[in-house]
Design a binder for this molecule. Structure first.
Ligand code: FAD
Length: 462
């Protein structure tokens, strides 16, 4: 009888198109496990909303494995200690996993590989978090890309591996005791992020596949026309599924490509995810440090009271506040609104982008280190291929343009329900009709001037 092998699930909570799992099952029966590390050395361990998602995703994976004759072993502790121990207990001959690209995850992989080595075992990590591993996406001179357009061109013209099935995987049936879901502790301090949604989140591979199918059936062909309108249900909402690897980027890519050239707009957004991972891989300090050096001396005004107003969705600017309320209730915010809310924080309020990134990290069900840091650096103007700082989003014009009827605003801001027509974009003009809604915390024109003046102090170097 051949020895079993361990498959260490991380941000790949699926059984479909998983190269590491296919490789593992070619060697022996598989012991799937997930390790909860309560004291990770990672300063970016999952936040409140992300932990909620993780709980439900692990439940879904357990059920899926049960249907396939396997069992998910959930353990608590340090992977570098638990994996060699588990291998010794089961006689496993190797440990397989997906290669993650976040700095702390890469470091952990090295620790685990070293500790397995001491037990004469190997860690086999397969790529797959991104469509193409950053090492294979270098520019002709060997450097990493800094600009999106040539990156996108290269990705679009490249050969993206087709998804594969893991249907033939056999699972080990030996006795092992898994930590029960009631002891995972992932739901502490969280709410039900689905409660306010017409179509609730469904974490797990099954939910991811259903979302992909319904997006392709009814939205992908209108994506370019409607993707910026938060009231229209035009985007895929695949981001949390992609973050936890419940669907592979390859599956998403090939499913979209099969829809024809109309899917290109969608594919280019998927490429932004890819580009963000590429940048994070090349710049491991991207979550904390501005990629454009002059922005490290930017004269921020870290005002706690304004930060609290922003977090609570009480700035007096409807599009910003609607986004922040959507985030609090659903763990999600539409991309256009993320840009406006984030820009408002770091330009109108001059609060460091890192504060906003931390808050999003805690609140988003799709919190993803690469895309969150990339998104914030893009908005703050300090990313490598970022929006120029001097282009300060006007939250009123953005709201009038992308939510002209105010449907999105009224969905998340019940205080504005009495406002008719365009007045919903400027509630301060009719305060008697929205008595519970705050006055703007800053004046747009003054705030814009202050932002540009602050930028002036570093402009010559940027
Ligand atoms: P769709 O429009 O359907 O796009 C499909 C997929 O492409 C998404 O699921 C996502 O994986 C990727 N994608 C789309 N737009 C972007 C983008 N601008 N940048 C990177 N990838 C993109 N995305 C995250 O996944 N996690 C984050 O933590 C995150 N934080 C962000 C913070 C800020 C300040 C900003 C401006 C953007 C952030 N984004 C983040 C990017 C983007 O807002 C979300 O990926 C998108 O809103 C998810 O919705 P969707 O799945 O319906 O996207």
């Amino acid at each position: 009888m051949t020895a079993p092998v361990i498959y260490w699930h991380r941000q790949d909570l699926r059984l479909d198109d998983l190269p590491g799992l296919s490789a593992a099952s070619a060697e022996g029966e598989v012991i799937p496990c997930y390790i909860l590390d309560d004291t990770p050395s990672d300063p970016w361990g999952p936040g409140t909303a992300s932990r909620w998602w993780l709980h439900h995703s692990l439940v879904a994976l357990s059920e899926q494995l049960k249907e396939r004759g396997g069992k998910l072993l959930v353990l608590r502790g340090k992977p570098e200690k638990l994996l060699p121990k588990l291998a010794a207990e089961t006689g496993a001959s190797a440990v397989y996993c997906s290669e993650l690209l976040e700095p702390a995850a890469r470091q952990l992989q090295q620790h685990v590989a070293r500790s397995l080595e001491q037990a004469a075992l190997v860690l086999r990590a397969s790529p797959g978090t991104t469509l193409v591993h950053p090492e294979y996406m270098r520019r002709p001179d060997g450097s990493f890309y800094k600009v999106f357009t040539p990156f996108w061109r290269k990705l679009r013209q490249g050969d993206i591996a087709a998804p594969t099935s893991t249907a033939s995987t056999r699972f080990w049936r030996g006795p092992l005791t898994s930590l029960p879901a009631s002891e995972w502790g992932l739901l502490e301090g969280s709410r039900d992020y689905s409660a306010a949604l017409a179509h609730p989140w469904q974490p797990g591979q099954h939910g991811a596949q259903q979302r992909m199918e319904s997006f392709v059936a009814s939205q992908i062909h209108h994506y370019d026309a409607h993707r910026n309108a938060p009231a229209k249900n035009a985007c895929s909402r695949l981001s949390p599924h992609l973050h936890y690897g419940e669907i592979s980027p390859h599956r998403v890519w090939h499913t979209a490509i099969a829809q024809g050239p109309e899917a290109d707009g969608f594919l280019s957004e998927v490429a932004w995810r890819e580009f963000n991972y590429h940048q994070l891989y090349a710049n491991p300090d991207m979550p904390e440090v501005a990629l454009r050096a002059p922005f490290r001396d930017f004269p921020w005004l870290p005002r706690e009271d304004l930060f609290e107003a922003w977090k609570a969705g009480m700035t007096g600017y409807p599009l910003v506040d609607a986004g922040m309320r959507e985030l609090a209730q659903t763990g999600f915010m539409h991309n256009r609104v993320r840009m406006v809310a984030a820009s408002f924080l770091c330009k109108h309020l001059l609060i460091p982008w890192q504060w906003g990134a931390r808050w999003f990290w805690d609140q988003l069900v799709d919190a993803d280190l690469a895309s969150n840091s990339g998104g914030w650096q893009w908005v703050a103007g300090c990313g490598l291929d970022a929006a120029p700082y001097f282009r300060v989003f006007n939250p009123i014009i953005q709201s009038e343009k992308f939510d002209p009827q105010g449907d999105y605003l009224k969905q998340w801001l019940p205080e504005l329900s009495a406002l008719q027509g365009k007045s919903v974009h400027k509630p301060w003009l009719t305060p008697l009709l929205a008595p519970d809604y705050p006055a703007p915390v800053v004046d747009h024109a003054e705030a814009r001037q202050a932002a540009l003046a602050a930028w002036d102090t570093i402009r010559t170097q940027s």
